[in-house]
Design a protein around this ligand. Structure first.
Ligand SMILES: [Zn+2]
Length: 245
């Protein structure tokens, strides 16, 4: 894993800007992990996907993550700086796949696996959150029986599906990173989900916009081509920019 080059950031921005979030996360990972095939990336459990996104983000933009949130009680805007270490449950390659899990709930016997990136991509067009959660859990059911008789996955009662969803969340904590927040103005405390995929994408987008502006200014001033400008080190680019702005 290495830092993304300027040309790679622009390629990602072009490829990902019209994609839905789950597909976009796979596009980003494909740039950072070219040794892994698209199928292999799609098979990564969501926590494993996110651990790799954290690693890519740290190599490209550093360890500190500046987060801006609004207090839901008084509306104050808060800025806090988190670190990759705080948000990473375990090292990228520390854990392998959790694999198939067998559980018994009342008279139901269920074998399931954890959702992977491909599953997230498959439910990305489902607008209703509850429908998407149920569809995601149902995709991960490998076998379901009731009193020893096989039943279809969509025949499970809602409470049983919710129990499976809870087991999935407990088994893949990296997939659902929650941060504790506190407002110094009104003392309100609340939890918020930190989604590395959308956070990293927002940074890549603003980085791409900045690079495009830099290319525009330097090309106009010196007549250099886009590849020539992007091949400059960031320090040289900044120096030339300071001379023409
Ligand atoms: Zn507040």
């Amino acid at each position: 894993m290495r830092s993304l080059a300027a040309t790679e950031v622009l390629k990602l921005w072009e490829a990902g800007r019209h994609q839905r979030p789950a597909h976009r996360a796979l596009t980003v990972l494909g740039m950072g992990y070219p040794e892994l095939s698209p199928d292999r990336l799609a098979m990564l459990e969501v926590g494993a996907r996110d651990a790799r996104l954290f690693a890519m983000r740290e190599k490209t933009f550093g360890d500190a993550l500046d987060v801006f949130v609004e207090c839901p009680h008084c509306g104050r805007e808060l800025q806090l700086t988190l670190s990759t270490e705080e948000l990473l449950v375990e090292a990228v390659d520390a854990g392998g796949s959790v694999g198939a899990q067998q559980i018994e709930i009342a008279d139901y016997s269920i074998c399931f696996r954890l959702p992977n990136s491909g599953d997230l991509a498959a439910v990305t067009d489902v607008d209703d959150v509850e429908d998407a959660r149920r569809m995601l859990a149902t995709r991960c059911l490998l076998s379901t029986t009731h009193n020893g008789r096989p039943i279809p996955a969509d025949g499970l009662p809602d409470p049983v599906v919710r129990e499976v969803e809870q087991r999935i969340e407990a088994l893949d904590p990296q997939a659902d990173v929650v941060i504790d927040l506190h407002c110094p103005d009104c003392e309100h405390r609340w939890d918020a989900v930190f989604d590395i995929a959308s956070f990293f994408w927002a940074e890549l987008q603003s980085c791409a916009q900045r690079l495009l502006r830099e290319v525009h200014v330097l090309a106009k001033a010196y007549g250099w081509s886009e590849p020539e400008i992007l091949s400059l080190t960031p320090a040289r680019r900044r120096r030339y920019l300071s001379m023409v702005c």
